[in-house]
Design a protein around this ligand. Sequence first.
Ligand code: MRU
Length: 366
Amino acid sequence: MRIGGKSYRTIWVDEGGPHVSIIDQTKLPHRFEIVRLTTAGEVAHAIRTMQVRGAPLIGITAAYGVALAMIADPSDAGLETAVALLARQRPTAVNLRWALDEMRRNLASVAQPYRAKAAFALAGRLADDDVVTCKKIGEHGIQIIRAIAARKQPGQRVNVLTHCNAGWLACVDWGTATSPIYHAHDAGIPVHVWVDETRPRNQGAALTAFELGSHGVPHTLIADNAGGHLMQHGEVDLVIVGTDRVTATGDVANKIGTYLKALAAKDTGVPFYVALPHSTIDWSLSDGMEIPIEERSGDEVLRLSGRTAAGDVQLFDIAPEGCRAANPAFDVTPARLVTGLITERGICPASRDGLVGLYPEREAAA
Ligand code: MRU
């Protein structure tokens, strides 16, 4: 994707040294800063503090974390220590475990002197694969948007509502939920996006609005609670969200508040789609209530970050001193509320049969 006329991925390896660079997402949209990561410890910090976030990107960043760790200590113990460190940084996005499993499985048979090189090559392949995967999600998802556009008057826009940031900033490029939107926009289909602000960390306001704006996609920021009202008044043609973990039965974990959007969509007859890559499916779970939900600091609820009129970025208290806050970061939308899953292999019902139909090689696991 392009920012200020320059193409970026969200993560890349610097030439001339074993460094990995990321865009510091805690600084967006006010500042565009690149951070250089040189150790697995720095990668763990970047994941924990959400300098990188979004399920696919967390996984790819962790893969590079293993690669950096292999420079320092390519032994079996070094590999296990790095995997354990990175795995415990965030609990809900299964892509983290998936990427670490891929790294461990492939590196185990590589002789230690060659492990670092092999690890960087493998992390690079996972990153490239994520780009291809997200592009394919867009190529399938655009069909849904195209079909809605075909039922409208010429020039009438298709209104998509999305929650959180499941855009290219959450992946390596393209995004999951945004990929069909970018494909539709680039194909000349008039598309407009309702962007949920997504409290408490405001990934919609800070990140989705930033990237849609950078790409020229028309969008409107709304308070999280506005979606149901807009759906009741025919202002939303479809919802597309991303996900951090989908069970083998099609239950969907995503940023807190997604479930309420799905309920409103069901009540108003608005199609509710979830876009995901294969790395987000947890074939070991068949009940969404088993998905571990990250509990984050109440400070994120009690404070807001924003830019002052003078241009400084500051944190502001929004509650009485001493107020307690709870902060579950994700919720689970049951499969029955999901119209369909948009994957790199096509669109399927949110069900075991639907998923196995697209991934027949996983039938035994499911
Ligand atoms: O806490 P975050 O910002 O990592 O949460 C991100 C989301 O919930 C995204 O919607 C999800 O990871 C899908 S990203 C393609």
